[in-house]
Structures are given as C-alpha cells and as structure tokens.
Design a protein around this ligand. Structure first.
Ligand code: APR
Ligand code: PHB
Length: 393
C-alpha cells in the first residue's frame, strides 16, 4: 500500500506529537508512526516540570485549556543540605518567570486529543519502521501494521523516536559525532498516592545520597532517591525507600514526610548524550533521538519542545516560502541550547549527588558550591534563569 505525506514522523512522544500539531496549524500534512499502543504512550510516567517557555508555546498553540486549569505554578524550589532548607526564589530572580508542574503524560494526552480531533494521522502499534532515501529529497518510510506492508512517501522525515529509536541508527556510519557521558549514579523514582509534604520541589544533598521531592497534583507525590547506576528495584522494598527518603530529607526543625501507597516504581540511569549534527539529508532528529540529559535539571521534555519548535518553523518556511535557510540552520540552532542545558543539568547533577568513591574532597567542593548558590544573588540568579529556562530565540 502506497501513501504520501509532507512530513513522516517517527514516534508519538511529546516531540513527534507537538511537531505534528505545529505543522497542522500551518496547513502542513504529517503522519505519525508509533511502535506502541495509545494506552502505553499515555500511561508512561515521565518528567513533570514545564519551563515557562514550554507553557507559553503550548498555550499559544491551543493546548492550554487543561494545563491552565490543572497545572500548578511554582515560583521557587528548595535546596536542602545539612538539615536546612534554602529557597531559590525563581520568579523574583528572573523577572517573574516560573515553572509549571504538569506531568508529561498529561501533555501527551492533550496532544493526542488535539491531533485526533483535527483528524490527524497517528498510527499506533506499527512494526518494523524502516527509513530509505534519506540522502534524497524523496525519503520513504516502510512499516507494517496488522501484518500488512505499507510505504509512506515523504518530503521530509522527523526522527522523534526517542533514545532507542530507529532513525538515528539509519544515518550512515561516520556522519554523526556522538558524545556520551554516564554518571556513576541512577535514580529510583516512585509515584505515590499521598498529598505532597512540601509546596515547592525539594532537592536534597545528603551524605547517604541525593533525594528529590516533586509532585504531580495536590493528591499525588513524585519522589526520587539516588541509587547505584545498575540497581535492581527489587532491592528496594517500600519500607526501605521511605526510611531512606526520611533520612536524606530530614531537617533540624522536624519536617516530616508523608507516606502513602506507591503506585509506580522505576530506575532511571543518569546520562548525557548528544549527536552532532541533528540532521542528515532529509532526516531531522528531535528530542531524545538526538540527546539525553540527566534528570536533575528537569530539562528533557523542555528541550524536546524547543527542538520541534525550531523544526516546525524551518519546515513551515520551506513549505510556505520555499526558503531552505532555517532547515540548514536547524541543527546548529538546536545544539546551542542542547549544550547550554547539558551544562546546567551536569552542574545540578555534580552539585547534588554523592560520589561513593569520594575521599572527601568532592564533598567539600559540593558544600562550598551549595552554600554559594544559596547565599550569592549572582549564583542563585544564574541557577534560577537556567531552571525556569532561557527564552526561546
Ligand atoms: N518505530 C516507531 N516508534 C518508535 C520506534 C520505532 N522504531 N522507536 C521508538 N518509538 C517511539 C516510542 O515508543 C516513543 O513513544 O518513539 C517515541 C519517543 O518518545 P519519547 O521517548 O517520549 O521521546 P521524545 O518525544 O523525544 O520526548 C522527550 O521524553 O524521555 C523523555 O525525558 C525525556 O521528557 C523527555 C521526553
Ligand atoms: C519530576 O517531577 O519528575 C521531576 C522534577 C524535577 C526534576 C526531575 C524530575 O529535576
């Protein structure tokens, strides 16, 4: 079966879905091919912090209804160490910008609803997606659905298929330069049916390891613990998790952590990954397909949104005015922000995690940095402007 579209998109994560939505608003046709089911994609528990610029983009493009109703605006975060909390006043330090708590799965649900309402084409549960002709101006996507073979002829392909996807691997050997750094720690994350024990996110540095208290809603908390990189979550029965969280987050003034039923438990490795360039011929990579950041800066989703914003602009310029300039600049424009965010995420990660092979030196540096960030206006302003997200340019 032969079909045709202007932009063939691989992956129905936030990157692929938002790209399809932005193109549709300018009358550009796309088809999304997704390996998993709709339910799987919508239920996947992921990040939950949206930068101001991400929220603005979603609201400006008609995706803000539920986000404005249910999203929680946060104007600060806490850094906690040595039994004390220090507030970083994000909004005061950044001329009024804030972050929003709204789960990635809610963003994905809103996007899928918007695409389907507009008769957008999202094909779930497709198998064996293959790219060909990406070095030409008529690339092709072959795939299987319900046991039948299909061919989708495209003007461009957007590889939005995440870190393990097929699109990056379809670029010939020798074209991409890869940067990969694996941090010597992982995160054990839990989703809990209990009201958050805090109003703002708490990033805690402790000699037993990092801990983070986040949330999803007034009824649902999201917490993380630093663990060994290849840790098995079976080594972490619920009691052990709660005990460790209470120790690492304890304060001198008797703050208490509310516990509740754990709905979900998972381990995430901490790594930085970037490929350069983010384009080859008529294939453009966006989101996790091109880069991964350690979760400490809460940037993965926001970076994916920035990529597709740039890619949509470039494709719109091409289809509506025939100009190639922005497509040519796509990779360089994205990589500037990718490396800024890598640097920030690495800074947060190195400041907050315990290195278990530390002879004491690194710990002293971390304390010095934490104290500086919490006491110097310049240092806390720098953290704040990166955390709320630099403006999209
Ligand atoms: N064929 C079709 N679909 C695929 C294939 C394939 N071969 N491989 C992967 N996919 C799909 C996955 O099932 C997934 O739904 O591509 C999608 C990629 O989505 P994400 O992993 O969410 O990546 P992205 O859209 O770039 O979003 C980045 O997700 O991982 C978080 O922290 C990250 O928040 C960031 C965001
Ligand atoms: C989350 O809520 O999942 C979250 C929050 C902050 C982070 C990482 C993850 O830095």
């Amino acid at each position: 079966m032969n079909e045709k579209t202007q932009v063939g998109i691989i992956g129905a994560g936030p990157a692929g879905l938002l790209l399809s939505h932005l193109l549709h608003l300018q009358g550009i046709d796309s088809v999304i091919l997704e390996a998993r089911s709709r339910k799987y994609v919508e239920d996947r528990v992921r990040a939950g912090v949206l930068e101001q610029g991400t929220v603005d983009l979603l609201c400006d493009t008609g995706l803000g209804d539920r986000l404005r109703r249910e999203g929680l605006v946060h104007q600060g975060i806490e850094l906690r160490f040595d039994g004390r909390s220090h507030r970083i006043a994000l909004s005061d330090l950044t001329g009024g910008r804030s972050i929003w708590i709204y789960g990635q799965r809610e963003v994905v649900k809103d996007l899928i609803d918007a695409r389907l309402e507009a008769n957008g084409s999202i094909l779930f549960e497709v198998d064996d997606v293959k790219l060909s002709g990406i070095d030409s101006s008529s690339p092709v996507l072959n795939y299987q659905k319900d046991g039948r073979d299909y061919e989708l002829n495209c003007d461009f392909i957007a590889g939005c298929d995440g870190f393990h996807g097929v699109s990056r691997k379809s670029i010939p050997a020798g074209v991409l330069r890869t940067y990969h750094h694996v941090y010597p720690f992982g995160w054990l994350g839990i989703l809990v049916a209990v009201p958050p024990s805090t109003e703002e996110l708490i990033y805690a540095y402790h000699e037993r390891g990092f801990a983070l208290h986040s949330l999803r809603s007034p009824e649902i908390s999201r917490l993380y613990l630093q663990v060994e990189p290849g840790e098995d979550s079976n080594n972490w029965p619920d009691d052990r998790i709660w005990q460790e969280l209470s120790i690492r987050m304890a304060t001198d003034d008797g703050w208490t952590l509310k516990t509740g039923p754990i709905l979900e438990k998972g381990i995430t490795p901490m790594q930085s990954f970037v490929v350069e360039p983010m384009q080859y011929g008529s294939l453009f990579l966006a989101g996790d397909a091109a880069h991964i950041v350690p979760a400490t800066g809460a940037k993965g989703l926001n970076l994916a949104v920035h990529d597709v914003h740039k890619l949509a602009e470039a494709l719109i310029a091409w289809f509506s005015r025939g100009t190639e300039e922005l497509l040519k600049q796509y990779s360089a424009n994205c990589l500037d922000r990718v490396w800024r965010v890598q640097d920030f995420s690495s800074f947060m990660s190195l400041m907050l995690h315990r290195y278990f092979d530390d002879d004491g030196f690194r710990g002293r540096l971390q304390r010095a940095q934490l104290k500086y960030v919490c006491s110097s206006d310049a240092a806390s302003r720098s953290l704040a402007e990166n955390y709320v997200g630099l403006p999209h340019v």
